[in-house]
Write a protein that binds this ligand. Structure first.
Ligand code: PLP
Length: 452
C-alpha cells in the first residue's frame, strides 16, 4: 500500500520531496508500488552487486534466520562469521590475517582509524596522532569518517566537531594533470606533496594515510595513475605510517578484481570493505587487517578497544557469505571485467564526443562521467542548476537508476554520474542502460535550456 508523504513519520533524506515506494526487486530491476520498473544501473550507491532477490542469497538468509538470528559477539562466535572470515582471508591481499566485522562502510572506517591509533600505542609510539587523507574523498558520514573525508560541502557545518586531519590533493587526472606531464610525472608530483606533508607533520607523528583506491561517490570514479599507490606505500613504509585503503565502494569485485588495490600492486595495512560485501542483502562491512597489527594487540592489551552491538551479525554474515560464494561459483569477476570493458567502450562511443561530457573514466563495472558546460575549458555547470539532481530525476522518469552527484571539482562545483551496475548484468541490459542514460541526459539538458 502506498503511503501519503504528508503522513510519513520517516525522517526521509529529502524533507520536501516524497520518494516513490519500493515494492519489490528482481535481478536488475526494482519495482515501485505504482507498478513502475526501474533498471538498476547503480545498485543504489554501488551496493547491489548481485542485483535484487537473488535466490541463493535469500535461501542462505532463510536458513540462518531459522537457526539463529543473533548472538552477541562478547559471548559467542558463529559458524557463518568464522566461514566468512576464512573466505575473505583466503582471497585477501598478502599478510592479512583477520577480519573485523561491522555493519557498514562508515563503521568500517571508524574501526580502521581506531585500530591505527591503538596499534601505535601498543607498539610504543603514542606520539603518533595525525591522519593524512585526500581532498574530494568520501569515507562515510560518522564523525571520524567525515573528518578524514575531503568533501568540503559535507564537512562544512560539522567542521567544529571534526578531528584534525591533513588533506592532500586527490589523484584527479582529468582536472589536475597538466598538459606537459605524463600520468607518471603527475603521480610523482602528488607523491612529492605527500612527502612534504609528512615532513611538515613529522614522519613519526603520523598514524596513517587514508585513501579510496578508486575515488568513488564524491569525485565520480577517480582511477589512480600508474605508480601512484606504489609510491604512497613506499612513503608510508619509510616512516612507519599505516596505509588504510578504503574500498567500501570500489572493492569486492566492483573494479574487476576482488580488491582494487590488486591492480595497483600494493598491499594496505588495513582494508575497509562494505557495500558489495553483502550486496545490500544485509548491512555489513569489514576491516581486513594485517597480521602484525593483530599481533601487536594480541601480545599487548589483548583486545581491540572498540565494539558495537551488531558486530558480526549472524544473518549479515550468512548473507555476505552467500553473496561471495555466488560471485566465485558463477565466475562473476571475469564477467565484471568483460562486461566492464564493453560498457566503457560503448560509453565512449555514445558520449565520447558529447559537448557536455568532459571525461569518462572507470574500471570494471564502475564508471564515472563528468559533465561540463564547455569541453575545451572544462568549465563546470553553474552549481545552482543542480544538474546532477535533475539528471537523477530524469533518469528515474526513464525507468533508470543512476547515482549522479554534484561538487565533483571542489565539493561545490561540478557534476558527475556514477554507474555501478550489478555484476549479473547482461549485455542487453547494459545496452538498455545506455539508451535510457542518453535519453535522460538529452532531456535534462533540454529542460535546462541547453542542448546536446
Ligand atoms: N567509504 C567509501 C569509499 C564509501 O563510498 C562509503 C559510502 O558511500 C563509505 C565509506 C560509507 O559507507 P556507509 O554509507 O555504508 O556508512
Amino acid at each position: 500500500m502506498a503511503h501519503h508523504f504528508d503522513h510519513s513519520r520517516v525522517f526521509h533524506r529529502q524533507l520536501q520531496q516524497r520518494p516513490p515506494e519500493a515494492a519489490s526487486g528482481q535481478g536488475m530491476y526494482l519495482f515501485d508500488t505504482e507498478g513502475r520498473a526501474y533498471l538498476d544501473a547503480s545498485g543504489g550507491a554501488a551496493v547491489s552487486c548481485l542485483g535484487h532477490n537473488h535466490p541463493d542469497v535469500i535461501a542462505a538468509m532463510h536458513r540462518q534466520i531459522d537457526r539463529l538470528a543473533y548472538a552477541h559477539t562478547s559471548f559467542f562466535t558463529t559458524d557463518v562469521a568464522e566461514e566468512l572470515a576464512d573466505v575473505l582471508i583466503a582471497s585477501a591481499p598478502q599478510g592479512m590475517s583477520h577480519v573485523y566485522f561491522v555493519s557498514g562502510g562508515s563503521e568500517a572506517v571508524e574501526a580502521a582509524l581506531k585500530m591505527a591509533r591503538q596499534y601505535a600505542v601498543e607498539i610504543g609510539q603514542p606520539q603518533r596522532r595525525h591522519f593524512i587523507a585526500r581532498r574530494q574523498s568520501y569515507h562515510g558520514n560518522t564523525l571520524g569518517a567525515l573528518a578524514v573525508g575531503g568533501n568540503a560541502w559535507r564537512r562544512a557545518q560539522f567542521e567544529p566537531l571534526l578531528i584534525d586531519v591533513t588533506h592532500v590533493s586527490p589523484c584527479y587526472e582529468y582536472r589536475d594533470r597538466s598538459a606537459d606531464e605524463t600520468p607518471e610525472q603527475y603521480g610523482q608530483r602528488l607523491l612529492a606533496e605527500l612527502a612534504a606533508t609528512i615532513e611538515t607533520l613529522g614522519g613519526d607523528k603520523v598514524l596513517a594515510f587514508v585513501a579510496e583506491t578508486i575515488g568513488g561517490a564524491t569525485a565520480g570514479v577517480l582511477t589512480p595513475v600508474p605508480g601512484y599507490f606504489r609510491g604512497v606505500r613506499e612513503l608510508c613504509d619509510r616512516h612507519g605510517i599505516l596505509l588504510i585503503l578504503d574500498e567500501v565502494m570500489c572493492g569486492m569485485g566492483r573494479s574487476g578484481t576482488l580488491h582494487a588495490c590488486e591492480q595497483e600492486g600494493v598491499v594496505p595495512d588495513l582494508l575497509t570493505v562494505a557495500k558489495g560485501l553483502g550486496g545490500g542483502y544485509q548491512p555489513i562491512g569489514a576491516v581486513l587487517v594485517q597480521e602484525r597489527v593483530v599481533d601487536a594487540m594480541r601480545r599487548g592489551s589483548g583486545l581491540f578497544q572498540h565494539g558495537h552491538t551488531y558486530l558480526g551479525h549472524a544473518v549479515a554474515c550468512a548473507a555476505a557469505l552467500a553473496v561471495q560464494r555466488v560471485i566465485a561459483r558463477d565466475g562473476l569477476l571475469e564477467r565484471v571485467r568483460a562486461r566492464g570493458e564493453r560498457l566503457g567502450a560503448r560509453l565512449r562511443e555514445l558520449l565520447g564526443a558529447h559537448p557536455h561530457v568532459g571525461d569518462i573514466r572507470g574500471r570494471g563495472l564502475f564508471w564515472g562521467i563528468e559533465l561540463v558546460q564547455e569541453r575545451s575549458t572544462r568549465q563546470w555547470f553553474d552549481p545552482a542548476l543542480r544538474l546532477h539532481a535533475r539528471l537523477k530525476a530524469a533518469a528515474m522518469a526513464e525507468g533508470l537508476l543512476i547515482y549522479p552527484m554534484g561538487g565533483t571539482v571542489d565539493g561545490r562545483c561540478g557534476d558527475h554520474v556514477l554507474l555501478a551496475p550489478p555484476f549479473i548484468a547482461s549485455e542487453a541490459e547494459l545496452d538498455a542502460l545506455l539508451v535510457r542514460l542518453d535519453r535522460a541526459l538529452s532531456r535534462t539538458l533540454a529542460d535546462t535550456g541547453l542542448t546536446s
